[in-house]
Design a protein around this ligand. Structure first.
Ligand code: GLU
Length: 495
């Protein structure tokens, strides 16, 4: 079933709708992994023939998102180093709206061989026909009125310029079957298949015609796509037959589900990859996460974190499951946090920087300051946009609640005493000792036996909160003068 290594050609063929769906990312990824694994070619083709869904700039954005994720194509549409969209390869153009004459030629070929026919039925007639079929609880299907037109009637109507579509003539009473890599043997009866429209009245091909013609002309060996397209596959097989072509190998990827097992939809949450990136999910975490939506490297595996290279070496199309895959946001958060933990502070800072630029209190801070914040928060961050949200006191003086300042087992007078001691201790710390580690040691030493009594009021004075990182961490981040000033404020409030 698998052509020899080196000959594999797969494609991701998105329709530019304005964003990359997470399911689209998974399809792109599996195609990419399969190509990489087998030394094949990953083609990116844009399927933009549905003019009613055309969104200006959507193709550019999609190509940019894919290349930003490291899933750029080997052939077809790609982003060059300056971020300009270009096409490469000798089987182009790779944007379907630039291939209309090719589809037209192929539609004519089917008309000539009697495998397709023009249909002049008006929308009103088709609507009435469908309503009748629905009322009679019959499958909606074109009744082939125009198949009965004589050659003369057809040529007269064409000469008069009557609006028409071109339909595929689906053979009656037979089976269309194929072996899907994921789903196994799949068979459909042709009675259940409508005479598909191949060319619309605006002259644009439908998905079915353009997809089959392109997959063939672009020498695609494996069509790896979402399960939603499974019902289209028998129509495609019939088209391959009509043209006398060999169909590619098909692999239909399982549905993506919400936690309640309904189909993943925009209504229940974000499905746009761009939205996840904008929230500070790392590209490699997103890739790792979607890789596991429908695949794992086999029985007994417990590994969850995979680099792209590891995915390439472990990925097998045969390990893709049939069962729907639940999109679990908690797992994505966990995985993203794991990736964030593994970054160096400098790398984390570079990646988090665009998120700081959205917040005035962050923008005004130095890189060194922000790196200290990140060092404290790194182990607890689920996503980059969360920086500072748990710990606003890094960026602004906290509001103090006087009743919170004394340690629960001690008095206001004790708290004042210990805050005074904190001022003395911290005032004496030299610049070179103002590090996270040294401050920790110095404060612990000053606390002696009275850890709670000493550290609690200090921590509350610095953070204003019941829960926060330890005082040495906050003092380290905000610096000596601001720390002393906050402690003095707390003292004044208690007096
Ligand atoms: N243009 C289709 C889509 O948007 C492609 C389906 C296929 O891969 O055949 O998903």
């Amino acid at each position: 079933m698998t052509p020899a290594t080196g000959k594999i050609r797969v494609r991701f063929a998105p329709s530019p709708t304005g964003y990359l769906h997470v399911g689209g990312l998974r399809t792109a990824l599996y195609n990419y992994l399969y190509a990489r694994k087998h030394g094949g070619t990953f083609v990116l083709r844009i399927e933009d023939t549905d003019r009613t869904r055309f969104v200006e700039g959507a193709t550019e954005q999609l190509v940019g998102t894919l290349s930003g994720l490291g899933l750029g194509s080997d052939e077809g549409v790609f982003h060059d180093e300056d971020g300009h969209m270009k096409e490469r390869g000798d089987k182009g153009p790779y944007i379907q709206s630039e291939r209309l004459d090719i589809y037209r030629r192929h539609a004519d070929e089917l008309l000539d061989s009697g495998k397709a026919y023009p249909c002049f039925c008006t929308t009103e007639r088709l609507d009435a026909m469908r309503a009748e079929q629905a009322a009679a609880k019959r499958m909606p299907k074109y009744d082939r009125l125009c198949l009965g037109l004589s050659a003369k009637e057809v040529s007269t109507k064409l000469a008069e310029g009557v609006a028409h579509v071109i339909r595929m003539k689906v053979e009656d009473d037979r089976e269309v079957a194929f072996d899907d890599v994921v789903r196994g043997h799949v068979a459909f009866r042709t009675e259940t298949i409508d005479d598909q429209v191949l060319v619309k009245s605006d002259g644009f091909p439908t998905y079915h015609l353009a997809n089959v013609v392109d997959d063939h002309l672009m020498d695609i060996t494996h069509v790896i796509r979402a399960e939603e397209w499974l019902p289209s596959t028998p129509k495609h097989i019939l088209l391959y037959e009509a043209f006398g072509w060999e169909p590619p190998v098909f692999a239909h990827l399982p549905l993506l589900l919400n936690p309640d097992r309904s189909k993943l939809s925009k209504r229940q949450g974000d499905v746009a990859v761009e939205d996840y990136l904008a929230k500070g999910y790392l590209p490699e975490a997103l890739i790792n996460f979607v890789a596991l939506l429908g695949w794992n490297p086999g029985e007994g595996n417990t590994q969850e974190i995979f680099s792209l290279d590891e995915l390439v070496s472990r990925f097998e199309l045969g390990d893709v499951h049939k069962a729907g895959a639940v999109f679990d946001l908690h797992k994505l958060d966990w995985m993203n946090a794991e990736y964030i933990k593994a970054l160096s502070i400098d790398d984390l800072y570079e990646r988090a920087k665009p998120f700081f630029e959205k917040d005035d209190s962050h923008t005004s801070r130095s890189g060194e300051f922000m790196k200290r914040v990140l060092a404290i928060e790194q182990d607890r961050l689920a996503k980059l946009s969360d920086v500072g949200t748990e710990n606003p006191f890094f960026f602004a003086e906290p509001e103090l609640d006087p009743s919170m300042i004394p340690w629960k087992k001690s008095t206001v007078e004790d708290a004042k005493l210990f805050l005074g001691k904190a001022i003395d201790t911290l005032s004496a710390v030299s610049d070179s000792d103002w590090t996270r580690e040294r401050l920790g040691e110095i404060l612990l030493e000053a606390a002696g036996e009275q850890k709670g009594d000493f550290l609690w009021p200090l921590r509350v004075a610095l953070s204003g909160k019941e829960k926060s990182p330890p005082p040495q961490d906050i003092a380290w981040v905000i610096g000596k003068e601001p720390s002393l000033s906050r402690i003095k404020t707390a003292l004044a409030i208690l007096s």
